[in-house]
Design a protein around this ligand. Structure first.
Ligand SMILES: NC(=O)C1=CN([C@@H]2O[C@H](COP(=O)(O)OP(=O)(O)OC[C@H]3O[C@@H](n4cnc5c(N)ncnc54)[C@H](O)[C@@H]3O)[C@@H](O)[C@H]2O)[C@@H](O)CC1
Ligand SMILES: Nc1ncnc2c1ncn2[C@@H]1O[C@H](COP(=O)(O)OP(=O)(O)O)[C@@H](O)[C@H]1O
Ligand SMILES: [K+]
Length: 481
């Protein structure tokens, strides 16, 4: 599915499979430590480095980093959490190859340091940082020292991106083989700084056995499925999206329709209540307008193959009835905003009629209205919600997650904060609806929509929702030269 993202358990499995395949644990650890030392050297010339090692294999990597940096002429001090005699396996082997002093972990090691290597805890973090480890994190922040983190900043949970206790802010994090969810989900992603994925000799072939259902969203995930128009195609072959509009917030449906046409739908019709028709007809000349009183007729037209319901529609029984009627046709559908909130009292009624040909696009508030308050990372919550709804769920945010009921998911990491502006969610719904109208599978349309939405916001300062559809020609041209 593209750039795979491994859970911590899957990473241990990949590691074990590599070992079975003949790559020794010591080899992996040497390569890991070498990669971290190389990343540090790229960023910092010869300087004074404090390497903080933990009691497990993350600490083992730290011993390799210390040796490599000292060999390269850096002034290295190393401090270990716990007693060296308690180190095991590969970590013990690497400690024995470190010929410098091993200090007990304390803030003394930070005296005169220019850079810190954080090799306290990685994938094995099992409980919140406390005691001297937590004191070190506070002291590093107080001194404002730059941190290069091994695998993850210690305290960041690799599976959730949540902070257990506390964690240092890194400038660079070097992880191994593939990213973990904690590198992409907030706040982990922000604490990592720049993330480098190092090849440490685990063959990609282990992925065929691990079969990770998670990827980082990007063109590699969906490029091959993008509904590029056929040379001999006509507009109906590119799909006809129906956008249900409301009586007052008429801008929402217009943003949806414009984004859908820009992304590649052949036609778009806004179906709105009578009082909104005049203003809509004065809008984009290429967007068609129909009376919502004719909704059943629109649904019966097989050429109108996809719908977006919700933006600007108004919450209530009328919208609920339209959503249920539309769902029963089995057409591709995006449900956003009011279409989700309309079912806050009766989510089961909605879930009964959904399929994986439907994308729900809640922000956190709408998500809570529909699925209740639930624990876990955004990834876990989106996955559970997709399963419960029987539909694709796109949980919006700076770390948008798209989840399929079968467990597949992508995490999107290209969205800048400029997207937090009125109407930008409407544009996203339009992009996804447009792609589905053009024939793209719901899950991949949601993933492509989320990424294109983030890419379209690349102009940054001054961005408004209207700019987003207009950025698509440039982005699509670059993607499909
Ligand atoms: N999986 C792989 O393919 C590779 C992993 N490597 C390294 O190995 C690391 C994982 O090693 P481990 O599984 O040994 O785990 P860690 O080194 O992350 O930590 C495990 C140790 O810390 C203790 N511990 C956990 N949380 C604690 C807390 N909050 N306070 C105090 N003690 C705590 C555990 O009881 C255990 O002794 C990775 O992050 C990576 O850095 C590398 O050596 C290269 C290969
Ligand atoms: N801080 C942020 N960083 C990146 N993207 C964001 C941020 N805040 C919001 N977004 C994105 O902006 C869009 C806002 O959608 P939504 O909340 O539905 O707004 P509206 O209803 O005004 O259109 C979503 O795609 C969301 O993922
Ligand atoms: K670490």
């Amino acid at each position: 599915m593209g750039p795979e993202v491994l859970s911590v358990a899957e990473m241990y499995r990949a590691d074990a499979l590599a070992t079975v395949g003949g790559v020794s644990g010591e080899h992996l650890m040497e390569a890991a430590g070498f990669a971290v030392a190389r990343a540090l050297r790229r960023r910092f010339g010869p300087c004074r480095v404090a390497v903080l090692c933990g009691p497990g294999n993350n600490g083992g990597d730290g011993f390799v980093v210390a040796r490599r940096l000292r060999d390269a002429g850096y002034a290295v001090r190393l401090a270990l959490l716990g007693d060296a005699v308690n180190l095991k396996g590969d970590a013990a082997a690497m400690a024995s190859r470190w010929h410098g002093a091993t200090e007990p972990l304390s803030s003394a090691v930070l005296e005169r340091a220019d850079v810190v290597v954080d090799a306290l805890f990685g994938a094995g973090l099992a409980r919140p940082l406390s005691g001297v480890a937590a004191d070190m994190v506070a002291e590093i922040a107080r001194r404002g020292l730059p941190v290069v983190a091994v695998d993850v900043p210690s305290g960041v949970d690799g599976d959730t991106g949540q902070v257990l206790g506390c964690a240092p802010q890194a400038v660079t994090t070097v992880t191994f083989f593939r990213k973990k969810p904690g590198h992409l989900l907030l706040p982990g992603r922000l604490l990592c700084g720049e993330v480098e994925v190092a090849d440490i000799g685990i063959p990609a072939s282990v992925l065929a056995e691990v079969e990770p259902p998670l990827a980082e969203n990007g063109p590699a995930v969906w490029r091959d499925r993008f509904p590029w128009p056929a040379v001999d195609g006509h507009k109906y072959a590119r799909g006809h999206l129906v956008v249900v509009g409301g009586p007052v917030m008429t801008g929402a449906a217009r943003l949806v329709a414009r984004a859908a046409r820009r992304v590649g739908a052949g036609l778009a019709t806004i179906a709105a209540p009578a009082e909104a028709l005049a203003i809509l007809r004065a809008g984009d000349p290429g967007t068609m307008v129909a009376d919502l009183a004719e909704f059943d007729t629109l649904l019966a037209d097989s050429r109108k193959n996809a719908l977006v319901l919700g933006p600007g529609c108004g919450v209530g029984a009328a919208l609920r009835a339209r959503v249920l009627a539309a769902a029963r046709t089995g057409k591709a559908m995006v449900l956003d905003a009011d279409a989700l909130s309309s079912f806050s009292e009766s989510p089961g009624e909605l879930f009964k009629v959904l399929s994986d040909n439907v994308v729900l696009t809640p922000h956190d508030g709408e998500f809570a209205r529909l699925f209740g308050k639930s624990d876990g990372s955004r990834l876990e919550r989106a996955r559970r919600a997709a399963k419960r709804a029987g539909a694709v769920v796109l949980l919006k945010g700076p770390d948008t997650v798209v989840a399929h009921p079968d467990g597949r998911a992508v995490i999107n990491a290209n969205a800048p904060p400029w997207l937090a502006t009125a109407g930008s969610g409407d544009v996203l719904a339009g992009m996804i609806g447009g792609l589905m109208a053009a024939g793209m599978d719901a899950f991949f349309a949601a993933a492509a929509g989320a990424w294109l939405h983030g890419a379209a916001a690349g102009q940054g300062p001054g961005l408004i929702a209207e700019d987003l559809p207009e950025a698509l020609p440039r982005i699509l041209t670059a993607l499909f030269p």
